[in-house]
Ligand binder design. Sequence first.
Ligand SMILES: NC(=O)c1ccc[n+]([C@@H]2O[C@H](COP(=O)([O-])OP(=O)(O)OC[C@H]3O[C@@H](n4cnc5c(N)ncnc54)[C@H](O)[C@@H]3O)[C@@H](O)[C@H]2O)c1
Ligand SMILES: [Zn+2]
Length: 363
Amino acid sequence: MVTEPRRVTVSHAAGQYEVSIGRGQVGDLAAIAERVLPGRRLVVIADRTVGRLVAQPLKVPVLLVPAGESAKTRRRWADLTDQLLDLGLGRDGALVAFGGGVVGDLAGFVAATFLRGIPYLQVPTSLLAMVDASVGGKTGVNTHHGKNLVGAFHPPAAVIADPGVLTTLGRTHLRGGLIEAVKHGLVADAEYYDWIEAQAEPLLARDPTALATLVERSVRIKGEVVGADERESGRRAVLNAGHTVGHALERLAAYRLPHGEAVAAGLVVEGVVAEALGLAPEGLAADLTRRLRALGWQGTLPADDDGLLAAMRHDKKVRGTVIQMALPRAPGGLAAEAGGWTTATSDDIVRQSLGAARRLLDG
Ligand SMILES: NC(=O)c1ccc[n+]([C@@H]2O[C@H](COP(=O)([O-])OP(=O)(O)OC[C@H]3O[C@@H](n4cnc5c(N)ncnc54)[C@H](O)[C@@H]3O)[C@@H](O)[C@H]2O)c1
Ligand SMILES: [Zn+2]
């Protein structure tokens, strides 16, 4: 069933694009692509899992990469570029990034560099890609020095988010998208923060109407932030809430911990830090923990404060040796909005907060 999609416009330095959110759009992709990219020769890039599980009607070449983060490499970028050249794709070509955030980032980077840049459509198929990765124009690949270290800003021609495709997505990946949405509510919209809690049941049951509303509200928040601050000079830091600690947890676990699970724990720890600094009201972190648990999140914290602190110093938001965090003031707002968007912490406060958060999560 095709319902009229909801539309959110995202602006960037060179123009704007539309994110349309609605069930049934993937089945209608040929007509949508013809409308957004008229007359273009299309090539689809997908991963093998999505290629197998999610049907799409485009009768064009489909280039497949292995599923998962390990595909986001310069080697894959080079292989895909060579395959497009072998196909004879020219400046009248365009790509369709059909998959999760990995395919979006990788295919977007291929599009950014192929013949010095061709347009591409983002068709996110994971919830994380719908609420986060497909919006904002960041593309890129990983290196052994770290994630996303080589890339480009290349906004898509349009984003087509169809929550109907989420029925086959694994539970942990579904939750990962929900956790980023909780973050959006926490940093930008208290009413949305409460709405997610109230809608936990239909969201976890993948009700497409509830998911469409979630994607729309998150995309409005992310789109507004990146539109105001495309290159992360300041405001975009709000999207890093939970991520200073979250990235440290991922690093410490050698990236075997799913990103969303790490961000959930990161949001709790950073909530405790905000309370300890007197920025957020007491109880914010406990309340947040309860909300995350209601989404089925069962995470705890590893007992390695030294390792976590060292890993936090690797985070890109660290200036000098002081660890900076994008801390909540209260649901719906950040603490440092008037200043630099992030707040400096101290090792003592972080250690103390790790202990308190661990007790909260074990309790
Ligand atoms: N560009 C940005 O602004 C931005 C923002 C956030 C994250 N990211 C990037 O996004 C990536 C993570 O995205 P992700 O969580 O979507 O990972 P992913 O692309 O690896 O997808 C997760 C898994 O779900 C599978 N999958 C996707 N859609 C499916 C569907 N409909 N049915 C069944 N299986 C499906 C994939 O095959 C994969 O195994 C990371 O590389 C991260 O760096 C980028
Ligand atoms: Zn994230």
